[in-house]
Design a protein around this ligand. Structure first.
Ligand SMILES: [Cu+2]
Length: 146
């Protein structure tokens, strides 16, 4: 019975957090990456509820923020500080549009899919997004799937 306390602790943590195996997903903020200038890398992130998205200030001058109107209903909006590491835990299923505010016009955006059954079709409908960011978001939306 020596493993019982450990088992109970694990069970307890499962019920408290809802997921023991939450993943940490690191996203670099870069001046230049595989997709071009001013990018999050990876720029399309597939996650599950409870995962931690960790934005890393790999290059200087960047930050990460949720885009108004482009996060699921009930999800917490966020805005990190420039040049600071920032962790956001995704708690609501759906699609999250992320931007680096200073480089929004340069197309510095990312898309997070949380959960498997997500419908990308109306995500950008009627939303005001700078041209370059819109192009990239459309590309990321084409990767949404289960
Ligand atoms: Cu930036």
């Amino acid at each position: 019975m020596r493993f019982l306390p450990l088992t109970l602790t694990l069970l307890a943590s499962f019920f408290v957090t809802g997921a023991i195996w939450a993943a940490d997903i690191e996203v670099k903020m870069l001046n230049k990456g595989e997709e071009g200038k001013m990018v999050f890398e990876p720029s399309f992130i597939k996650a599950q509820k409870g995962d931690n998205i960790i934005f890393l200030p790999t290059d200087k001058g960047h930050m990460a923020a949720s885009i108004k109107g482009l996060i699921p209903e009930g999800a917490k909006k966020f805005k990190s500080k420039i040049n600071k590491k920032f962790t956001y835990t995704v708690e609501v299923e759906g699609l999250y549009g992320i931007r680096c505010t200073p480089h929004y016009a340069n197309g510095m955006v990312a898309l997070i899919q949380v959960g498997d059954s997500v419908d990308p079709s109306d995500f950008l409908k009627g939303k005001k997004v700078p041209k370059k960011s819109k192009e990239r978001l459309e590309k990321y939306l084409s990767q949404v799937g289960s």
